[in-house]
Design a protein around this ligand. Sequence first.
Ligand SMILES: NC(=O)c1ccc[n+]([C@@H]2O[C@H](COP(=O)([O-])OP(=O)(O)OC[C@H]3O[C@@H](n4cnc5c(N)ncnc54)[C@H](OP(=O)(O)O)[C@@H]3O)[C@@H](O)[C@H]2O)c1
Length: 335
Amino acid sequence: MAVAKVFKLVKRFDGLPKEDDFNLVEEELASPKEGEVLCKTIYLTVDPYMRVYVAALPLGITMIGEVLARVTESKSPDFKEGDLVASRQGWSSAFLATSDKLEKITHLPEGVPESLALGCLGMPGRTAYFGLLDVAGPVKSGETVLVNGAAGAVGTVVGQIAKIKGCRVIGYAGSDKKVEMLKSLGFDEAFNYKTVDLDESLSKAAPKGVNIYFDNVGGEFSDTVLTKHMCLFGRVPICGCISQYNKKGNEHGLFPYSEGKMLYGSILGKQLKVQGFIVTTFNDKKKEANEQLAEWLKEGKLKYKETVTEGFENTPKAFIGLLTGENFGKAVVKV
Ligand SMILES: NC(=O)c1ccc[n+]([C@@H]2O[C@H](COP(=O)([O-])OP(=O)(O)OC[C@H]3O[C@@H](n4cnc5c(N)ncnc54)[C@H](OP(=O)(O)O)[C@@H]3O)[C@@H](O)[C@H]2O)c1
């Protein structure tokens, strides 16, 4: 009988999550029945949305999230031993699933790490793709694209797709090393938001303003950009607001912007298109995005960056590290 290691959520997050908000347990897995598949997790992903989404879920659940796994035993005609699959099974080292809960992964180019199916060739890559090309699109060559959280899983891909489309790309991230990395990925300008003045640096980097502001961060950063730096008919895909996720007392709720009149006056006066979006809304075009991202990777136009934490037991550490900026590119855990 297979045994799975599983992290349960046992406490409500209070500010930044802590390791003892999770409890590691072992669960026995039955042998697969007709239509079921037994899988062994290879990689887990840790993502910012987990910080927010679990607030509405009961304590005691297996911590949520997608995993990349290998089929070890199948009683389904759709899967065979050795298949690579993705599934939303949460933080577990092995699991039993019905075949409708599994997605076969077949779009990875030869020779790339399998973990990319959770990164630039997975959900974060598709978020960048749809957010930029569908929500903010059409993207025109020569436009100025600003992205914050730029050195993360989504941000690194946003900047590179914008370069592929001929844009001038400006990125903000939380350390000088991340800034160096962004320049190595082809960003035209990159800044450490912890050490530069946003207003001043952006005035110099984008003197004519920003056409597309891909917002991963929200909060004061967005107040400044939206009130002072957008071009006429600028587009603002609101992807996330990570600056607010760990706030105690939920001062801003989930809505990242203050209610200053200037902000709304600016959105109105400059006729900005500001649109929140969720990646899964575009699931009908998932194949198109996966294939295009894989093609760019093969052509060397898209480079991947990831931070791999070794060991299932270290998943909470990797999650906390993600929320404190330790990751370069996609944060994953190798089980
Ligand atoms: N809408 C959707 O469907 C969708 C899908 C995926 C992700 N998202 C959102 O996209 C954003 C990026 O996600 P990701 O997976 O790519 O994560 P990520 O950028 O790989 O990791 C999170 C990064 O956020 C930065 N950060 C943390 N606290 C911050 C703060 N107070 N101010 C500014 N930056 C802060 C840190 O980098 P620094 O060192 O630069 O601070 C950290 O490395 C998140 O807001 C996430 O919720 C949305």
